[in-house]
Each structure stands twice: as structure tokens, then as C-alpha cells.
Design a protein around this ligand. Structure first.
Ligand code: NAD
Length: 440
């Protein structure tokens, strides 16, 4: 099939390369000319395992092209995916300007039937707005062209995006059009061979499903984070509690890790947007407000604890392991490391940081500054440090040489924001150790 994807970010580009790999002819459109130029020379503008290989293979096979010309995009695809950003606005609602800008462009150029498929995470009611925007752009041209709008929310995880797209748990297709559903089924057939994972539903349910999924996951994290604080007070260990409740199949083990808070481009903004949708409809989503509040508190926890241990952080050197909001990505959006670093800087500390992938993104974010030193290795970050903080649980941080690290540090203290280490082992090695909700 011929497919156009508007937006070449994490979601758009992964959608594009995976659909091309299944044999479709994909044209990716982006307003960012620099991004398109990068893609044209076969480079992925962000870190995502597997994308560059798929890019190269499918570009070579002539199935993958890039453009900044939206008219060419509208002309090319029978299915037009909208995969642009929907960032939060001041009031927490999702900013739909990019989605609706694409819808307008489509209406301005469309000449034949198209399926317009929203992959961006958008509040309930957005498909209707997309439909109205396309219709009014068509009306302004004085033409009548048939089209359908489909909601097809994306559930991929950054860091495992290709795998998630290739082997999805479910494919949600929200539409009231049999014709559009038929085309979507055909498109997704190669990703749906093992058993039918495609769930057809009405548009509103599809739109709400995406928010419900992210809100549920964020809720599990905040629930465990609050429980971890209680565990510390009552002398319980949250890791034991996690295993204890995870073994119940009604609960399961996933997303029950206490830590220094959730971040990323999705959970924070989607929880906010859902709360806002609730308020618009006169429904108080009290649980989600608490989820957000608990997370904001959790993100300040490491700083509070480091300061309490050191007395003051002024003039101190704090080593950070991990900067990205989670492993296997360079995404720094809403990362807990940012809250920690900014609090440390505000009180006169110097940060020695190391992340396997997100150093360049950090450099872009903060620019050169004397109180941020990006180290060449995890061990080098510990040189002269008054505390080491594990912020992102990259695999390479799992079994470090603690003796070598201790020898490099000025003060052997480890604050483990992801409960990666065994408290007893580290204390036996002479470290001051603090996890989140751990015993002792
Ligand atoms: P992103 O910021 O990485 O990429 C968005 C891209 O859209 C940018 O390259 C931007 O230049 C481009 N763009 C903006 N306006 C455009 C226009 N008019 N025409 C063409 N391109 C345009 O965003 P992302 O992380 O890929 O997220 C996209 C959407 O998918 C969001 O709604 C997000 O909530 C949702 N989502 C994201 C993830 C994730 O893990 N990142 C997962 C599921 C869903």
C-alpha cells in the first residue's frame, strides 16, 4: 500500500520504517527540514534501537522516502497517518495545533478518497475536530472529496519501539467506516498473523483507551511510590512487597517498581490531559490528581535525601548515573534527572553525570555550564564525588565494581533511585546506602 506519515518523531518514524519493512511504500513528511535532511542521508535523528537498520534497508529498497512537501504527502498515501506532537498547554490540556495543522493541509490538497488516521495521542473528540477541519478546508476549495477519519493510537515504548510495533499486544482501530476498517485491517495484517490483535471500536473509545492505558500505568507507579514511603516508616521492604503482590495474577509484576518518579513525553502529559478532559466534562478524576501529585513529590525525593545526608550540597560534587527518563532512549523530556540536577545547581553543587546515550541530548538541553561535567565513563563520574545517585537503570549500571567506585569517591554514599542494588551488600562494603522504600 502507499502510506504517508506526517511527523517523523519517535512514533511517526517507527511507524514509517516498520510499515515500509512490511512492503508498503512510505513517504514521511516533516516540517523540520533539518530532520528530513538527516533522514535522507540514512541517519535517525534520535536514539532508538533498530530504526537506523530499517531505515537503510527500506530506503535501499526504494520503499522509504522523505519530504517537507505536505502536498506530495497528501497525494502519495491512501492512508495518511498523523503522528505529530501533542504537547501539554499551560492548563494541562493537549495542544492540538500540530494535529489540526496537518488536517488543514490534507483538506487543502486532497483530491481522492483518503483514510486519515490519527496516531498522535489526542483527547476524546479530536477525530471529530480533524473531520471538521478537513471538511472546512475542502469546502473553502469548493470541492467534495470523500474521506474517513480513524483513531489508531500508538502503544509503543521508547527503547523497544520497533519490537513493540512489529509485535503489538493490540492494534486499536476506532472508526465508524467499514471501508476504512477494511483498509486498516489490510495494512496491519502482516503484524497480526499469530492471532487477531486488531480491536475495532468506536472512535471515542479508541481515543480514551490510549489515555486510560497510560493513566493506569502511571497510577501503578505512583501507588508503589507512596507505599514505598510507608514501607520505610513501618520497617517493611517495598521490594518484598512488590514480589508479594505481583505474584497475584490479578495484579501481575509489571510496573510495580518504586523509584524516583516517572517521566518521559507521555505519562506526565497524558495524565494531565485526561484530568483536563475530566474537568471539561464535570468529572473529577481524583485518583489521577493524586497520581500526579505523588509523582511530583517523588521526583524531589533524591535531592531531599542527599541534602539531609550531606547537611548542605553547596560546593559538593554529586555523581549521577543515568540522565534519560528511562533506559535505552536519549529522551530527556520530564526526566527525573532534570529535577535533581536543577535542585542541586540551585544550591551550589556540581554534577558529574554519565549516561550511555543521553549525554548529547543533555548538552543540547543545558548548554555548557561549569556545574555540569559530563564524564567519559560511569567510573569517571564518581571521581571526587560526595554521593553517587543512580537515576536511570541502564543495564550497564547493574553490577559495577563497587570497590573501584568507592576508591574514587570522596564520600562513599549511594542513593539508588531505582532500587537496583542490594542494601546489605553495599552497606557491608562500607557505603551509606539509601534506596526507595528499602528496609533499614
Ligand atoms: P516528536 O516530538 O518526537 O515528533 C513529532 C514530529 O512531528 C516532529 O519531528 C515535528 O517536527 C513534526 N511535526 C510537527 N508539525 C508537523 C506538521 N504540520 N507536519 C509534519 N510534521 C510535523 O513526537 P513523538 O514522541 O513521536 O509523539 C507523537 C505523538 O505520539 C504524540 O501525540 C505522543 O503523545 C504520541 N505517542 C508517543 C509515544 C512515545 O513513546 N514517544 C508513544 C505513543 C504515543
Amino acid at each position: 500500500m502507499k502510506i504517508t506519515v506526517f511527523g517523523s518523531g519517535y512514533v511517526g518514524l517507527v511507524t514509517g520504517v516498520c510499515l515500509a519493512d512490511a512492503g508498503n511504500h512510505v513517504l514521511c513528511v516533516d516540517v523540520d527540514a533539518e530532520r528530513i535532511a538527516t533522514l535522507e542521508v540514512g541517519r535517525c535523528p534520535f536514539y532508538e534501537p533498530g530504526v537506523e537498520d530499517l531505515l537503510a534497508r527500506n530506503a535501499r529498497a526504494g520503499r522509504m522516502r522523505f519530504t517537507t512537501d505536505p502536498a506530495a504527502g497528501v497525494e502519495h498515501g491512501e492512508i495518511l497517518f498523523i503522528a505529530v506532537g501533542t504537547p501539554p498547554q499551560e492548563d494541562g490540556s493537549a495542544d492540538l495545533q500540530y494535529v489540526l495543522a496537518v488536517a488543514r493541509t490534507i483538506g487543502q490538497h486532497m483530491r481522492d478518497y483518503r483514510v486519515i488516521c490519527t496516531k498522535s495521542t489526542v483527547p476524546v473528540g479530536t477525530s471529530r475536530k480533524v473531520r471538521e477541519t478537513v471538511a472546512s478546508a475542502l469546502a473553502a476549495r469548493g470541492v467534495v472529496v470523500d474521506f474517513d477519519v480513524v483513531s489508531n493510537p500508538e502503544f509503543l515504548k521508547e527503547g523497544a519501539a520497533v519490537e513493540d510495533f512489529m509485535r503489538p499486544d493490540r492494534i486499536i482501530v476506532g472508526t465508524d467506516s467499514a471501508r476504512a476498517l477494511h483498509l486498516m485491517r489490510a495494512l496491519y495484517a502482516p503484524f497480526n498473523r499469530n492471532h487477531d490483535r486488531l480491536m475495532a471500536m468506536d472512535v471515542e473509545s479508541a481515543e480514551l483507551t490510549k489515555y486510560a492505558a497510560n493513566a493506569m500505568l502511571a497510577t501503578r507507579i505512583s501507588f508503589m511510590n507512596e507505599l514505598a514511603l510507608l514501607a520505610e516508616k513501618v520497617g517493611a521492604d517495598i521490594e518484598a512487597v512488590r514480589r508479594g503482590i505481583g505474584s497475584d495474577p490479578r495484579i501481575g509484576y509489571q510496573f510495580l517498581y518504586a523509584g524516583c518518579g516517572y517521566g518521559g513525553s507521555c505519562f506526565p502529559k497524558d495524565v494531565k490531559a485526561l484530568i483536563h478532559t475530566g474537568a471539561e466534562q464535570g468529572v473529577t478524576l481524583g485518583i489521577l490528581k493524586a497520581v500526579e501529585q505523588a509523582n511530583a513529590h517523588q521526583k524531589t525525593l533524591l535531592f531531599t535525601r542527599i541534602k539531609a545526608h550531606l547537611g548542605s550540597v553547596r560546593g559538593k560534587t554529586i555523581a549521577l548515573w543515568g540522565l534519560a527518563f528511562k533506559p535505552n532512549t536519549d529522551d530527556m523530556r520530564e526526566a527525573p534527572s532534570r529535577v535533581l540536577m536543577e535542585a542541586l545547581w540551585a544550591e551550589g553543587a556540581t554534577v558529574h553525570a554519565y549516561d550511555p546515550i543521553a549525554m548529547e541530548a543533555t548538552r543540547r538541553l543545558y548548554g555548557p555550564r561549569p556545574d555540569l561535567i559530563l564524564a567519559d565513563s560511569a567510573e569517571a563520574a564518581c571521581e571526587g564525588a560526595d554521593a553517587l545517585v543512580l537515576v536511570t537503570e541502564w543495564a550497564q549500571f547493574r553490577s559495577p565494581d563497587f570497590a573501584a567506585i568507592k576508591a574514587r569517591m570522596r564520600n562513599p554514599a549511594i542513593f539508588d533511585g531505582r532500587n537496583l542494588y542490594d542494601p546489605g551488600t553495599l552497606r557491608a562494603l562500607g557505603f551509606h546506602y539509601q534506596g526507595i522504600g528499602r528496609k533499614g
